[in-house]
Design a protein around this ligand. Sequence first.
Ligand code: SF4
Length: 284
Amino acid sequence: MGTKANSVQVAPLGEHYLQLHARAFRRSLLRWFGRNGRDLPWRRTRDPYHIMVSEFMLQQTQVVRVEGYYHRFLTRYPTLEDLASASPAMVRESWEGLGYYRRAVNLHRLAQEVVQNRAGVIPSETEELRRLPGIGRYTAAAVASFAFEREVTPIDTNVGRVLRRVFHSRARSRALARRLERSAEMLLPRGGRKAWMFNQAIMELGALVCTARVPHCGICPVRAMCQTAVRETARLPQHRPGKERNQAERPRNRGDNPLAGPQFVEVAGPFTGRIQPSQPGSSG
Ligand code: SF4
């Protein structure tokens, strides 16, 4: 039978670790992003329609491919109303080459739904956003955060990978999704603009540094608090004098599984390019 003392809620081990390192993680991440984040067009706007277009295009497509299409699409359909009034054939033609046409169909339906039933106003809350065509959990959070600076974290594969490697390197996959959500909630700074910046930053870290194939731990701003990096560093040859040769020769490529452990590759020199996020309400 449990005593009163036994019934006290104790945070799981992973949460203690996160609480200990949360502040340093945020500070290091944000400083790095200020110096290295890419100046992407959808980071210069808070226009929900523009953010929506970028999020639909970025689903399963790389940033470099999306940039050109994003500008062209918005030149052709500058407003939600312009898109809503276009014919399906026109929209499909504008999407030509980007692939996954279901996204174009859903975006078009979404524009029509918002214009006809919501007076052309894209909702700002995740629950409302999820009622729109083609909007899942991630996209709802992304639009709420990137357009409206709501305090939610969109967890895509990049964000999930970073959180897992830094704070939950030993977590089993069954409990992982909930733990990642909880970690994101605990790490997210209060205040819309700071939350916006944090979400962009962690996504960028996963895209540029903590990549699925080759995590560049040597230039990573959060390596000092990363469970995976600390553990892997302890395994490096210099710490196991008798095993240098075997360790060095062991193949370390673990494939493209975002939940797999990292390779440790030193990459010389910082990323270039600076980010200058616009003020809320500015237009792209
Ligand atoms: Fe990823 Fe390495 Fe950075 Fe950890 S230290 S977050 S594994 S790149």
